[in-house]
Design a binder for this molecule. Structure first.
Ligand SMILES: [Zn+2]
Ligand SMILES: [Zn+2]
Length: 326
């Protein structure tokens, strides 16, 4: 099967301004083929890979009872607007996804424009969470000034007046030429609003399935300096967008099987209803892709959530560890 999309948008800002279709629904046929074994495995490591593969499948089954299936799609939600077939762990492996390599193992973070102190704290926490989530080192590059964005890649929203940056210009013209040799992915963060095309209101973020670049914005995540609750809400939103978009960089498609952070979301309400965690299908993709230990990964995420005051997520990760160890 071929990927039918290169770009995946997150949070399309409700309806387009002028009725264009912005996010293609994948047309590939769902595969019923069960891949019992990943090929291209060096002979010397077959036994180890075999044991890890089996352990992942066992972990997936243990985790399933903790996760909820999505209900019928409601008007305004992503699944109501876009028909997507989802992607099992086996389908993911079969599609030869983009993975870190020995030479390309760093998640490189590129801030664009200024961040106030509260959003700066969230950016720092988000980078920490990404390292734990993807089992990869991170490196933060010096910030780029907004002056690097030319006037033809900016606009002021004609109804709302928001100053916006063109996300596809950032991906194509700013990030791709700067992709470092050691980067598993190059991800830009900005506090400015984004738009993907002239016909759209805004976008939370955009990632490329093959080019290993992504960009996302905290502009619509609320003002974290207002209260502790506002800071936690903005942090949750930033973490969700960060891991969702970076998941796309590693070829994860939108999840339709469970309530999952890798599911498509169409607006902020839907994003707030979505969980911060991955479902059993998607977590096995990430653990396999990053050659991580699934329990170690949950332990690191649990420690982060306890420190950050993300109590719901801490309880969920703790429960996940319990069932994995049972
Ligand atoms: Zn997405
Ligand atoms: Zn999922």
């Amino acid at each position: 099967m071929e990927w039918t999309r290169r770009r995946i948008l997150l949070g399309l800002g409700a309806l387009p301004l002028s009725g264009i279709s912005g996010c293609d629904s994948p047309s590939r046929e769902a595969s019923n083929k069960v891949v019992s074994w990943p090929w291209r495995i060096p002979d010397a490591t077959v036994a180890l890979r075999k044991a890890r593969w089996k352990a992942l499948l066992v972990a997936r089954e243990k985790l399933r009872p903790l996760h909820e299936r999505p209900g019928p799609a409601q008007p305004g939600e992503w699944r109501h607007r876009y028909r997507e077939s989802g992607q099992t762990f086996e389908e993911y492996v079969e599609n030869n996804p983009t993975r870190p390599t020995a030479q390309r193992r760093t998640l490189v973070i590129q801030p664009i424009g200024p961040f106030d102190p509260a959003r700066e704290r969230i950016l720092t926490q988000t980078i920490d969470y990404m390292a734990r989530f993807f089992n990869l080192p991170t490196r933060r590059e010096p910030p780029l000034s907004l002056d690097v964005i030319p006037t033809h890649a900016r606009r002021v929203h004609r109804t709302w007046g928001d100053k916006q940056l063109h996300s596809q210009w950032i991906l194509n013209r700013l990030l791709q030429p700067r992709l470092p040799a050691d980067a598993a992915a190059l991800i830009a963060f900005t506090a400015s609003d984004l738009y993907p095309e002239d016909g759209w209101n805004y976008v939370f973020g955009e990632a490329d399935l093959k080019a290993r670049v992504g960009v996302w914005s905290v502009y619509r995540h609320g003002d974290p300096s207002q209260s502790k609750e506002a800071e936690l809400l903005a942090l949750r939103r930033a973490l969700k967008v960060a891991v969702h978009e970076t998941g796309h960089n590693f070829s994860l498609e939108h999840c339709t099987a469970y309530r999952c952070v890798q599911a498509g979301v169409n607006n902020l309400d839907e994003e707030d209803r979505s969980p911060l965690w991955l479902c059993p299908e998607c977590v096995t993709k990430i653990v396999w892709m990053s050659e991580n230990n699934i329990e170690t990964r949950y332990e690191k995420l649990l420690a982060f959530c306890r420190d950050a005051g993300l109590d719901t997520e801490a309880r969920f990760f703790s429960r996940s560890l319990e069932v994995l160890r049972s």
